[in-house]
Design a protein around this ligand. Structure first.
Ligand code: HSE
Length: 417
């Protein structure tokens, strides 16, 4: 039997109540625990934890007789304060909060070290899908060269439903009701949540410093249903991907929509599933996938951290990352992609020649061009698949194209080859 651990849960929203339900009803857990108290500013009508003691001031949880504080309040600054005070009081902390780990993981881990306690965060990336422990422990013998993944469950859910013909607005609403989205769902759809996660994974894989800023982050807000239809014609699906890649010149880091080949492993993952492809020297390329958001998946990751804590007599023997080495992030404009280019142009002679010239002036050549049926108001969509070209050339071409009044609408999606 493992050591008894006394738990204080801070936060009483969707994730916390999901964890409580698993801890209270799951008979398969090899975990000797008690929930000593809950820090909740208000009751949650969906879950009554009585007779467990409730603290209305979440900071009071730290002073209770607990071994581990589980931080599920979300956000950055208050969460950081709570975690700091808990660690400094000699309590282990488990958190599912990627934003706080991304922004302050380095100093919080150092603080945990200083007080000889642990800060564990398996659920911060891909919820319960076990990527944190895998990178920190199981892959130690490997050199990881690339991590590419769909790291946000909400966006994969929305994109999968849009592919089936449902609207962006309705599926975002559904994702919120299902408890997948962040309290502020703009963090999901604008690529920030996935960016936090790839930043953390990059740090674990490449021992790079956190936080890392200034890399390319783009969301799914501009994706429309026609993109799925046009992408399919060329053998692609639209996904949101986050990538960390180690090169001789530094680390490539990015979080943005992409077109993936329909036949690829990641393309086949639908709904709230997250998927990660990891390139290593010893294992080669391998994949993991699992539900990336939601009560059950997040509870799975948090409980795995609790089990790790309860099984380890001497907590100092557990591995924690350091997030210390600053690596150079390669400027996004230096990267090279093939592009899906969507244009809406005035349906009149000479426009296609003008478009071709704008891109040719930046050395951008076209692999495929397809003119679609005319829309209303004399507008016609043109889809171009480019050959590989430097991002800077593409941005120059887009800037020039936007100056021409015959080009009414314009967007690109990068292709992940
Ligand atoms: N909002 C997040 C997502 C929750 O959709 O992936 C899990 O981190």
């Amino acid at each position: 039997m493992s050591n008894l651990i006394k738990i204080g849960i801070c936060g009483w929203g969707n994730v916390a109540t999901g964890l409580y339900k698993q801890l209270s009803t799951n008979n398969n857990l090899d975990l000797n625990f008690e929930i000593t108290c809950i820090g909740a500013r208000r009751d949650n009508p969906k879950c009554d934890p009585s007779p467990i003691k409730i603290h209305r001031d979440i900071f009071d949880v730290i002073d209770d007789d607990i071994d581990v504080l589980i931080e599920l309040i979300g956000g950055v600054e208050v969460a950081k304060d709570l975690i700091e005070r808990a660690l400094a009081s000699g309590k282990h902390v488990v958190t599912a909060n990627k934003a706080v780990i991304f922004e302050h993981g380095k100093e919080l881990i150092a603080l945990a070290d200083q007080y000889n306690v642990k800060l564990l965060f398996e659920s911060a990336v891909c919820a319960g899908t076990p990527i944190i422990k895998m990178l920190s422990n199981d892959l130690q013998a490997n050199e990881v060269s690339k991590i590419a993944g769909m790291l946000n469950g909400t966006t994969n859910y929305i994109l999968s439903k849009m592919e089936e013909g449902e609207s962006y607005e309705q599926t975002l609403k559904n994702a919120q009701e299902l408890g997948y989205a962040e309290p502020d769902p703009s963090l999901d759809v604008n690529g920030t949540d996935a960016a936090h996660k790839i930043g953390i994974l990059s740090s674990l894989a490449f021992n790079s410093s956190l936080p890392v800023h200034g890399f390319h982050i783009e969301g799914i807000e501009q994706i429309t249903q026609s993109d799925f239809i046009f992408a399919r014609e060329f053998g692609f699906v639209v996904k949101h991907l986050a990538v960390a890649k180690k090169t001789a010149h530094g680390v490539e880091l990015r979080s943005h929509p992409t077109l993936l080949k329909s036949s690829s492993n990641l393309a086949s993952l639908k709904g709230v599933r997250n998927g990660i492809q990891i390139d290593t020297d010893l294992l080669g390329e391998f994949h993991i996938a699992g539900s990336g958001a939601g009560q059950e998946s997040t509870a799975s990751g948090i409980i795995s951290d609790l089990i790790s804590l309860s099984r380890t007599e001497n907590s100092s023997s557990m591995n924690m990352p350091e997030f210390t080495n600053a690596v150079k992030i390669i400027p996004f404009t230096e990267l090279s992609f093939r592009y899906y280019i969507y244009l809406e142009v005035k349906d009149k002679s000479g426009v296609l020649a003008k478009v071709t010239k704008i891109f040719a002036d930046q050395n951008i050549s076209f692999d495929k061009v397809s003119q679609k049926e005319q829309l209303s108001d004399n507008k016609v969509p043109i889809i171009i698949i480019s050959d590989p070209i430097n991002e800077l050339n593409m941005q120059n071409a887009l800037k020039e194209a936007r100056c021409h009044e015959e080009i009414l609408d314009l967007k690109i999606i990068r292709i992940e080859d």
